[in-house]
Write a protein that binds this ligand. Structure first.
Ligand SMILES: [Zn+2]
Length: 178
C-alpha cells in the first residue's frame, strides 16, 4: 500500500480490527520508510462510500482529500501529524458506518468538531476552505465559536471600519446557527 506521506510502498500492519460485524476490516499500517501511520479498509464488496456534494454531484469518498485539507489548515500550527491521522481515522470511521452515502456537509462538520479541539486556528482555516465562506455569517459563526470557548486567536482583520454595524447584520445568522 502506497504511503500517503512519502509514497513508499513498503509498510507493515500494526493493527487489524473488524468493523460492522466483520463486513469490513480496518488495518493500521506503518510506513517502514518514514514511519508515518495510515489506515486502510478492506471489504468483500467494493461498495465504497459515496460523498454527496453541495452541487448535487457524487464522488467516491477520498481519505487523502481530507488529510490534505486538514494538513493545509494545520500548516505552521502546533499540531502533530499523528493527531491529524487520528482525526481523519475517526472521520473515516464515521463515513464508513454512515455510508453508503454521506454528504460533504456531514464530513466537514465531523472534521470541524474534532479539529476544533486540536487547534482552533486550524479549525477556522479549515472552515474557510471547506465552506468557501459563502457568507460573512459563516465566518462570524466560526469566530463566535472561538469566542465562546474563551480563547482568542490570531489578530482579526476588518476591524476599525466605523461605518459598519456587524452586530445588527449578523444577529440573524447567529440565531440560524443553533
Ligand atoms: Zn512513508
Amino acid at each position: 500500500m502506497r504511503c500517503p506521506w512519502c509514497g513508499s510502498t513498503d509498510d507493515r500492519v500494526v493493527d487489524s480490527r473488524e468493523l460492522e460485524q466483520g463486513a469490513a476490516i480496518r488495518r493500521r499500517r506503518e510506513c517502514t520508510a518514514c514511519r508515518s501511520r495510515f489506515t486502510t479498509y478492506e471489504r468483500a464488496t467494493e461498495a465504497g462510500v459515496v460523498v454527496l456534494k453541495r452541487s448535487g454531484q457524487r464522488e467516491p469518498f477520498q481519505r487523502e482529500k481530507i488529510v490534505a485539507g486538514v494538513l493545509a489548515a494545520c500548516k505552521n500550527r502546533p499540531v502533530e501529524e499523528g493527531s491529524v491521522q487520528e482525526l481523519v481515522d475517526m472521520v473515516e470511521d464515521i463515513a464508513r458506518t454512515a455510508g453508503p452515502e454521506i454528504t460533504s456537509e456531514q464530513i466537514g462538520r465531523a472534521v470541524l468538531d474534532r479539529l476544533r479541539s486540536l487547534d482552533e486556528v486550524a479549525s477556522v482555516r479549515f472552515a474557510s476552505v471547506y465552506k468557501g465562506f459563502e457568507g460573512v455569517g459563516d465566518f462570524a459563526r466560526e469566530l463566535g465559536l472561538l469566542d465562546s470557548t474563551g480563547s482568542e486567536s490570531e489578530g482579526r482583520t476588518g476591524e476599525g471600519q466605523p461605518g459598519t454595524e456587524p452586530d445588527t447584520t449578523l444577529a440573524p445568522e447567529q440565531e440560524h446557527a443553533r
